[in-house]
Design a protein around this ligand. Structure first.
Ligand SMILES: Cc1ncc(COP(=O)(O)O)c(C=O)c1O
Length: 358
């Protein structure tokens, strides 16, 4: 490869065909050409979510847009929300909720630790909430949360279950229509292997029902405005990121050509391989279990900066930790089309860099 290899937890390396799709001559945003590309991308996103066409929304933006659109479209000041926090991105939910005037409480677990479902049960039996939020895979620690067991408790307590799937959609087994989740969102630049710039949301019928009595506080982020555009992309609402959507369509076709089950298995194997490598090196993964898209690990010494720089000099970009331990933590992403060879080569080079620095 004659360019920097991205082994960060998104954005990911793009396949040649996805790159080519990015470089096509521009078309009109309400043209027939774009209509067809958008329709295809939307149908494939719906398939990826395991959801229904009329409740999946694809629009331009980043993962955070998906988070913010929840509050702008479905929440009212004073609504009670419980944010489950065991990493950096759970906190972001709480922060945005507060900006929109919700009554936000957090239930916190150590970064990288599993959600204590008994503690969650106790909290939900004591207080009632409109929304409970969970980050499926927290990219800061590489922790995959148990969506099913958390979701069952949330549903038993009649709250809307909101899930951040930015780092998990496309590399985990998930079916929106099983009915546990009311609002799931993700972004193009992670497991799907497309460039940044597109955000996707799946909504439950119950949440759409709630919308009838909610006064939206945004124009762009009001998802109800976007629903008619999904049916007819020639309707103008706001100019979409045409190049990204077209590249996303190609990336999604590649996902289904590989086969979703095969892709999920590949990511699980990559996660296990990374976990074994890291523990054999004597480093400490921040999560107790392998995750299928990212590993974060403590090198034990404040050399993350130097390790990152050494790899960069060799044409590979890895990420440092987020938050207080950033000087000791390296994060490696294996999203998109990452192969075992590429991941192994990256981990080996991290090992060599680490040994040469000490
Ligand atoms: C789990 C998770 N949620 C939300 C976000 C925010 O997404 P974006 O940076 O695309 O706005 C990220 C970004 O890395 C993420 O990893």
């Amino acid at each position: 490869m004659d360019h920097l290899v991205l082994m960060i937890p998104g954005p990911t390396n793009l396949s040649d065909d996805v790159l080519k799709a990015l470089c096509q001559p521009m078309v009109g945003h309400t043209s027939q050409e774009f209509y067809n590309d958008f329709k295809d991308a939307h149908a494939l996103i719906t398939k990826l979510f395991g959801s229904s066409d009329d409740r999946t929304i694809l629009f331009s933006g980043s993962g955070t847009f998906g988070m913010e659109a929840l509050f702008a479209s479905f929440a009212e000041p004073g609504d009670r929300m419980l944010s489950i926090v065991n990493g950096y991105f759970g906190d972001r939910f709480a922060e945005i909720g507060k900006i929109y005037g919700l009554n936000v409480k957090t239930i916190e677990f150590e970064p990288g630790q599993d959600v204590d479902v008994d503690a969650l049960k106790r909290e939900l039996s004591r207080n009632s909430y409109s929304f409970v939020t969970l980050t499926h895979i927290d990219t800061s620690t590489g922790t995959i949360n148990d969506l099913k067991s958390v979701g069952e408790i949330v549903k038993q307590n009649n709250a809307f279950f909101i899930v951040d799937m930015v780092s998990s959609l496309g590399c985990t087994d998930f079916k929106f229509d099983e009915g546990l989740v009311d609002y799931a969102f993700s972004a193009s630049q992670k497991c799907i292997g497309a460039p940044p710039g597109a955000v996707m949301v799946a909504l439950s019928e119950e949440l759409l029902e709630k919308r009838k009595s909610v006064k939206s506080r945004s124009y762009y982020f009001d998802l109800k405005r976007w629903l008619p555009v999904m049916k007819d992309p020639s309707i103008y609402l706001s100019t979409p990121n045409i190049a990204t959507i077209r590249a996303l369509r190609v990336a999604l076709n590649e996902v289904f050509e590989e086969g979703l089950e095969n892709k999920i298995r590949r990511h699980e194997e990559l996660g296990k391989m990374a976990y074994e490598f890291v523990t054999q090196m004597g480093w400490k993964p921040l999560s107790k279990r392998p995750s299928p898209s990212v590993i974060a690990f403590d090198l034990g010494k404040p050399v993350a900066d130097k390790v990152q720089r050494r790899l960069y000099q060799q044409g590979i970009l890895v990420a440092k930790g987020l938050g207080s331990m950033s000087s000791r933590v390296i994060r490696v992403g294996y999203m998109g089309w990452t192969t075992k060879e590429l991941l192994y080569n990256t981990l080996k080079k991290i090992g060599e860099a680490y040994n040469s620095i000490l």
